[in-house]
Design a protein around this ligand. Structure first.
Ligand SMILES: *[C@@H]1O[C@H](CO)[C@@H](O)[C@H](O)[C@H]1NC(C)=O
Ligand SMILES: *[C@@H]1O[C@H](CO)[C@@H](O)[C@H](O)[C@H]1NC(C)=O
Ligand SMILES: *[C@@H]1O[C@H](CO)[C@@H](O)[C@H](O)[C@H]1NC(C)=O
Length: 485
């Protein structure tokens, strides 16, 4: 059902003409008001100005038409070819009382009628910027909002709230971009889900994206999910940004925190980015199972590590390829299984939150945990912690992090020992990350006027032993690095 096709227009036309005349007279004075704030030139020529003009026109029209009992649809048809599909025009109840699933799915289906033969990547139909508008309402849905399996690109769904009904299927998501049985590599492209509040009602999840390309998840508030807030599977280049996700509506210190379950964001695909997102309740903040994803500006306080929670979990042993920057790990940690190419920098870890390297096959290669700050509670928690044994350690740099109330661990360190005798031991066991691994040593022996023969005797157990051929009073300065290169 397309808005333009709905009947009743003929009878309305004379009335409409009269309304438009009234409208034209009404708005003529408005540019003056607009010019005060926005600048007359900008208003007259800019697209934003036109939009404001139309918004105002529409508001005025609505106030006039309401007394005539005209529907919005009748007037919306005046702008031929518009591709904004208002779900209320399809009978969706914006009060959230009656189920709106079918109505919204019809609006989506109409939006998916491509206006031209233009296509996008791999033949995905170009929907020309079609919008499904939720009209600022709250809608009850008993089943997922689904997109036609024919695929589509260049469209958006925005501007309202969805709430799962009490019988919503627990294994589904409120909005699903998924074309089952499709033979294309990608089914949806340049889709934007924006300005939406999704209340999963502890039934399923918020958004599921399957084999989608270049999807923007922007300014969403996803709550009460049982499974995941946003789940990405396959596809490429989902940008999840400026959003808030939580299983429970809480602002921290929730008495039920130990019982939080679910995952804020699941990335089972490559080349996605998560930026400026808060995950305020869930067992796992972000779960990543595929490489080449970036995470930046994320604040995780989903479930404290002390309660069994996890902030960001990289579960792709041997193929991490992930970079985290500018994040705020708030009582909840980053865990990476066999990290291979992992970068963590410029982030703040609060409340003993740390980075845990978890051995699966015992490989850590190309890991940089550098330039972060940590704040703990004097319980001796390591800023970077090993879970299991790593046999292969290569290019692992845990350096230049600062901490208060936690134990700083590093892959490079310096120290000195002063004494009178023929053997000096500098013990790095407390500070070096990997046990019994010193790949490189440099030392200097300062012995006043003495000139003894000296040598490096032993580096076992992360302890550096330097010996002289005679007893002298000396200081030994040592630099060690756990990497061999
Ligand atoms: C789309 O392609 C069909 C088949 O080639 C053609 O009949 C139709 O006119 C085209 N439509 C547009 C809008 O170009
Ligand atoms: C170092 O020890 C030797 C002999 O044990 C002693 O003669 C010498 O005075 C000591 N030097 C210092 C600086 O303590
Ligand atoms: C180095 O020290 C360890 C531990 O004290 C010891 O077992 C080992 O034999 C020493 N190696 C050498 C070459 O002295």
């Amino acid at each position: 059902m397309e808005p333009a096709r709905r009947g009743g227009r003929g009878a309305m036309l004379p009335l409409l003409g009269a309304l438009l005349l009234a409208l034209a007279a009404g708005v003529s004075a408005w540019p003056h008001d607009g010019a005060v704030g926005h600048g007359a030139v900008g208003f007259a020529s800019g697209a934003g100005g036109e939009r404001r003009y139309r918004d105002l026109a529409q508001r005025r029209m609505e106030s006039v038409r309401s007394s005539f009992g005209a529907t919005r649809r009748d007037l919306a048809t005046a702008s031929a070819g518009a591709r904004v599909y208002h779900v209320t025009d399809y009978g969706a109840d914006p009060t959230g009382a009656a189920d709106a699933t079918d109505a919204i799915n019809k609006a989506i289906a109409d939006a998916f009628r491509a206006p031209s033969n233009a296509t996008m990547t791999g033949g995905i139909p170009d929907l020309g910027g079609a919008e499904v508008h939720l009209d600022g309402g709250t809608y009850l849905v008993k089943a997922p909002l689904t997109l036609p399996a024919s695929g589509g690109g260049n469209f958006r769904i925005h501007g309202g709230s969805l709430r799962a009904s009490d019988d919503f299927p627990t294994d589904r998501y409120l909005i699903e971009l998924s074309a089952k049985g499709s033979s294309r590599s990608y089914d949806y492209e340049y889709a934007t889900l924006r300005d939406l509040m999704l209340d999963c009602n502890y039934r399923g999840g918020g958004v599921s994206l399957v084999n989608s390309l270049r999807v923007g998840i922007d300014n969403l508030y996803v709550v009460h999910f049982n499974s995941d807030g946003v789940a990405v599977s396959g596809g490429h280049e989902t940008m999840i940004r400026n959003s808030f996700l939580g299983q429970h509506m809480t602002a921290g210190s929730d008495p039920g925190e130990r019982r939080f379950t679910g995952t804020g964001i699941r990335l089972d695909g490559n080349d996605n980015s998560v930026t400026d997102v808060v995950i305020f309740s869930a067992a796992t903040g972000i779960m990543v199972t595929r490489p080449a994803n970036s995470i930046s500006g994320v604040h995780c306080y989903n479930k404290a590590t002390g309660f069994g929670g996890m902030g960001i979990y990289f579960k792709s042993p041997g193929l991490t390829q992930a970079w985290i920057s500018n994040c705020y790990m708030d009582y909840t940690s980053i865990v990476a299984e066999d990290p291979v190419l992992l970068h963590v920098s410029g982030s703040f870890f609060l409340g003993d939150a740390n980075v845990v390297l978890k051995a699966v096959n015992g490989v850590a290669r190309g890991v940089q945990v550098v330039g972060n700050i940590f704040s703990g509670r004097d319980k001796g928690v390591d800023i970077v912690q090993l879970d299991g044994k790593f046999a292969t350690v290569d290019q692992v740099y845990v350096q230049q992090n600062s901490a208060t109330g936690m134990a700083v661990k590093s892959t490079a360190a310096r120290g000195s020992a002063e004494g009178n005798g023929s053997s000096w031991t500098v013990d790095f066991a407390d500070v070096l990350l990997f046990p019994d691994r010193i790949g490189h040593v440099q030392y200097s022996l300062v012995a006043g006027n003495e000139f003894p023969g000296h040598t490096l005797r032993n580096v076992s157990g992360n302890q550096v032993v330097v010996a002289t051929d005679k007893a002298v009073s000396a200081t030994v300065h040592v630099l060690v690095d756990q990497n061999t290169n």
